[in-house]
Ligand binder design. Structure first.
Ligand code: MF3
Ligand code: CO
Length: 264
């Protein structure tokens, strides 16, 4: 069931979205060679709580094949790891690609966003992977308009990614978000224009291309959460929570103009 949100709920999701964006930026400032992903998780958790929020990820129980509740504040996925990396002893190194994926709850509303950072000087082809994933997200967001269908978003993303010679992961998808962490509809990163559920005002969806330099196949680690590319190729992942409004797509996971700024 797709949950459409009214204006008041939309603003609450936007405030959660500001917190998510600020958290990602804050973690990004600490993302330097030598820091562990566990330390970054502590920094994220402290920031989210200091601003009155809680993690949407911690304690989250996905559907199968997940078993234990998710144990950390955020997901941190380095290099070939695509999503749901559990922060821990891994030490960030120069040249890494590190995805920071944050879901936060604020005043009962949930927003979700992810950003893949390059650490220091990265390989030019890795930079092209990041640029392509960001371009794909932008192309998907541009299609998030009332009257369009989910397939229009999916097709736009797929076209950018495959046009650049990279692969879209098909077994992981975007999703509705806002009242729950994962709501209907699914938002795949591949598909055909004009297909799938119709977009209408008040829908809030997480659009999140997950792409790789190599093949599209992924594997689940023994921890039952972390997912990496099967061939070990680098992955990138950018995600925004977006509302369908009469004025077009509205990105909710960005720093707003409210005072005081969460970034201070
Ligand atoms: N933030 C992830 C997403 O983009 C979901 C993470 S669920 C968790 O959908 F439990 F692993 F945190
Ligand atoms: Co998501």
């Amino acid at each position: 069931m797709i949950i459409r949100k009214g204006p008041a709920e939309l603003e609450r999701i936007a405030r959660a979205g500001e917190l998510v964006a600020a958290t990602i930026a804050h973690v990004g400032e600490h993302l330097r060679p030598g820091i562990t992903t566990g330390e970054l998780d502590d920094i994220a958790g402290e920031f989210i709580h200091r601003h009155g929020g809680t993690s949407a990820s911690k304690g989250y129980r996905g559907s199968t094949p997940y078993h234990d509740p998710y144990p950390a504040e955020i997901c941190i996925s380095p290099n070939a790891m695509v999503v749901h990396g559990i922060p821990g002893p891994y030490r960030v190194a120069e040249g890494d690609l590190v995805t920071i994926d944050v879901g936060a709850v604020l005043d009962g509303a949930i927003a979700d966003s992810a950003y893949t950072f390059g650490v220091g000087a990265i390989d030019p082809e890795a930079q092209r992977l990041l640029d392509t994933a960001q371009d794909a997200l932008a192309a998907g967001i541009a299609e998030a308009r009332a009257g369009n269908r989910i397939g229009d978003i999916s097709f736009a993303i797929q076209s950018v990614v495959e046009g650049a010679g990279f692969s879209v992961i098909r077994s992981l998808v975007g999703h509705g978000v806002g009242r729950h962490y994962h709501e209907d509809p699914h938002v795949p990163n591949f598909g055909q224009p004009g297909r799938g559920p119709k977009l209408s005002e008040g829908m809030t969806i997480a659009i999140e291309p997950m792409i790789t330099m190599g093949a599209a196949e992924v594997v689940l680690h023994d921890d039952q959460w972390s997912i990496s590319t099967e061939d070990g190729s680098l992955a990138a992942h950018f995600e925004h929570t977006v509302a369908i409004t009469p004025a077009g797509p509205r990105i909710l996971t960005i720093a707003g103009d409210r005072e005081p700024s969460l970034l201070q």
